[in-house]
Design a protein around this ligand. Structure first.
Ligand code: SF4
Length: 328
């Protein structure tokens, strides 16, 4: 039997997933489970760095897991777990905090961006230590690969540095994982900006076909194409970015030509997009719905996955404790 390379990745449970989340990460996770030993987790402690409110987190975790299962993650093949149900992550984070210089954390780009953009006058240790907790999340499972978008790559680099630092101090416990860069397609929201919950411009995996149609029909197009008789430019049109994802080349090229020659109107063009976009999304939504109707089953899946993840985490922590050598 060949051993599969291990992969680990996580998402913060902020509720239902949209197309950007799906195409930027989840779709890739589903493919990875065919060829890798996958650990995917709900990073619920990380939500606390955004705000102190936790009342929505349990329901958001269930909604997100329903999307995972709907998209095709299989709990028999992938270990799907919840970070806070594996408290060993906190112990490893603590030990890592003893060997990690504060300056390493202060130079992480996302930390600087967050405090500047949100004008946080007095950042918490949790915000500064966020990437270190991520390092613990990752190294606990000794994965070969960490699939992330390019913006998260510095966090994996920090993780490699932390592994080296820990190994130098206490002995070789942690292999260094590598980044598996996920190619993230441009996924525009209905207003043409990046699809994001904060812009309220999302198409959700849980949206039924009529809801998606209602969102796509008025979607922003090439702003220079004001009248049906004006030729348009697909290269600057957010609708065409979705064609690039969903529409096969024949129909897509026909839409591009029709747009440039004013041979088709934007509503026709969106009709072609919907014809290709709705069936695959409907398959995900239907499967999601069967899980969403049984939230207890989702909770069971997450607890069972967390139990399995914890066995691995406890093995790692046995090695870590032995290497650190505190207990008499
Ligand atoms: S015809 Fe299609 S690609 Fe061209 S501007 Fe309209 S929606 Fe965009």
């Amino acid at each position: 039997m060949t051993t599969r390379d291990r992969v680990l990745s996580g998402m913060r449970p902020t509720g239902r997933l949209h197309l950007g989340n799906y195409l930027g990460a989840l779709d890739n996770w589903v493919r990875l489970q065919e060829t890798h030993d996958c650990f995917f987790f709900s990073a619920d402690w990380h939500v606390l760095t955004d705000h102190g409110e936790t009342e929505d987190v349990p329901q958001n975790t269930i909604e997100m897991a329903a999307d995972w299962l709907g998209a095709g993650l299989d709990p028999e093949r992938s270990t799907l777990f919840v970070q806070s149900l594996v408290p060993e992550h906190a112990e490893l984070h603590l030990l890592f905090s003893m060997v990690t210089p504060v300056s390493w954390l202060e130079r992480v780009p996302t930390y600087r961006e967050r405090i500047e953009q949100q004008q946080i006058a007095s950042p918490s240790y949790g915000l500064l230590g966020y990437p270190l907790l991520q390092s613990a999340d990752i190294l606990m499972y000794k994965p070969r690969w960490v699939p992330v978008g390019v913006d998260q790559a510095p966090h994996v680099e920090l993780t490699r540095e932390v592994a080296r630092r820990f190994n130098a101090a206490f002995g070789p416990v942690f292999p260094e994982p590598d980044v598996k860069l996920t190619e993230i397609p441009k996924v525009p929201g209905t207003d043409g900006r990046k699809m994001s919950k904060s812009y309220d411009n999302c198409v959700y995996l849980s949206d039924p076909a009529d809801e998606i149609t209602r969102k796509i029909k008025p979607m922003v197009t090439d702003p220079a194409r004001k009248r049906r008789s004006d030729p348009g430019n697909p290269d600057v049109c957010p609708v065409f970015d979705l064609h690039r994802i969903f529409t096969p080349p024949g129909d897509r090229d026909a839409c591009a030509t029709g747009c440039r020659t004013a041979g088709i109107g934007c509503l026709d063009c969106k009709g072609v997009l919907l014809r290709h976009m709705l069936p695959p999304l409907e398959r995900i939504r239907e499967r999601r719905q069967t899980f969403a109707e049984k939230p207890d089953r989702i909770v069971e899946v997450l607890h069972e996955g967390s139990r399995r993840a914890r066995q691995t985490a406890q093995r790692t922590m046995g090695q870590v404790r032995a290497a650190v050598g505190l207990a008499p």
